[in-house]
Design a protein around this ligand. Sequence first.
Ligand code: AMP
Length: 599
Amino acid sequence: MTKFEALGLNSALLNAITDLGFETPSEVQEKSIPILLEDEIDLVALAQTGTGKTAAFGFPLIQKIDSNSRTTQGLILSPTRELCLQITNEMQLYSKYVKGLNTVAIYGGASITEQARQIKRGAQIVVATPGRMKDMIGRGIIDISKIDYCILDEADEMLNMGFYEDIKDILSNTPKEKSTWLFSATMPREVAAIAKKFMHHPTEITVGAKNSGVDTVQHEYYLVGGRDRYSALKRLADANPGIFSVVFCRTKRDTQKVAEKLIEDGYNAGALHGDLSQNQRDLVMNAFRKKQIQMLVATDVAARGIDVDDITHVINYQLPDEIETYTHRSGRTGRAGKSGISMVIVTRSELRKIHAIEKKIKQKFIAKKIPTGIEICEIQLYHLANKIRTTEINEEVNNYLPAIHDVLDGLDRDELIQKIVSVEFTRFYNYYSKTKDLNSTEPDRRERNRGGSGDFSSNGSVRYFINVGERDGYDWMSLKDFLKDTLHLGKDDLFRVDVKDSFSFFNTEVTHKDQILETFTDFKVKGRFVNVEVSNSPEGGGRRRRDKGSKGKRDSRDRDRSRSKRREGNFSKGGSRRSGSKQGSSSGNRRSKKRDGFY
Ligand code: AMP
């Protein structure tokens, strides 16, 4: 008797197993198959992808299904279309000797009519993603009211992707008397809650050690000043050629803004948020799937449905308010057996959040440095050299080779290599060689000169100067409203709002400082720059200051601004490698902007 026979499997399955070349059952198969075959039970199995879990539920399911009846008897829910197709394929291989057994895949992004036709022909087993399944139930195309088995595969992933409500709806269309088998790599609170709500005294099996987070993900944080957040993001992208990432922002507005800036600077970026129409979102997602978009800037809500497996990096442009949200974000990478990196750009005041997340995910963050300009140049140079080495030769160039030899005549090998790589490298070098270190290691100079607190006030709050006032139509109430809305702060977070003629002052607690300075970097209202600075005076400007001091200060601020724009803003202009970038102002996936080799 083979080991598979000993588990109680019938000859149709055993023959298929022989064909597949499986010799011994895996741990999860050994633990689950006998108990699932023997009894009608609910099961919670903690097992990672790649442990053979598809067969662990697939073999017993196939054996228990009545293939003479055309009724749908088994439903397998899985988080993504890729997994859905993979499971369907495996089930078809396992059941190849079971006459009349049909397994049909139901997933989004493909013709619903064709799927409906397949269901109509009779499918004893349906493998589905939750969204499409719910849709088909709603349209009366599929009947799952008589199923005996419901399998929730990669339950943690499904919940991570925001499918809780869909799953709940789908399960409410199934009979009470059925067996539910839940497979999950991890057991976060939400999965435990599902098990509790929808299952009856489930038997629990664990393969390997239980873990609460996905340890294929490395967590890194980068400490920067609030104003350098965007420059830091660009450097992280440039330092990781080949990046395929989701960049998370906290608000729809920031999401749109960051995506637009990236596009303007020549990156293949796109925005995904709730203010876009379904059609726009579909376009962005399609471009992302095809890797035409390499940096998808998204809000948490909009990112829930992303079913892309090979995301290399998740970048937390801003940290979420809820720690739980961070685990959802970082879970977008390191999937399907691949490794991934979750990067967090943080300011000093947010560091405590990193510690709170570490506790939650039971993993340590690595404190990393934003690469310097020269480091990025080096990375790009090697990337370019490697690209030259691996580029397939286009035979078409042969026709021109004699002429090209003439042009390059007299150059020796070393000189030729130097020149070839310099063609691209110099553009990078010119941009990055003069940029500053973005890493925040100590309080900035102004703060240090003032005794290190950085608060500029005696009571722990920060006083700010803003270059709008009565002349711009503000009074203290309307300015407070404007700041509240722009900064997403509560009304008590802003105080001592003093509106003067052409400028104003206001206070917040120091915790909001980085966010405020960052928001008002390159911030325009009706085409005019609205600038905020920490006020040099704790009391922030009496009348005397308004006339003389403010003008002087504003002039120097304007100078600072143009300097800072020159510093980070000229990348796409004046002959840089991204000089074509301005053309694509919204889609981010124009072919003209495809940045060969430097990504
Ligand atoms: P899964 O964890 O279900 O995604 O399975 C991972 C891979 O292992 C699939 O390609 C299966 O075909 C294969 N597999 C499943 N069970 C066994 C087994 N007992 N021996 C060898 N390969 C297996």
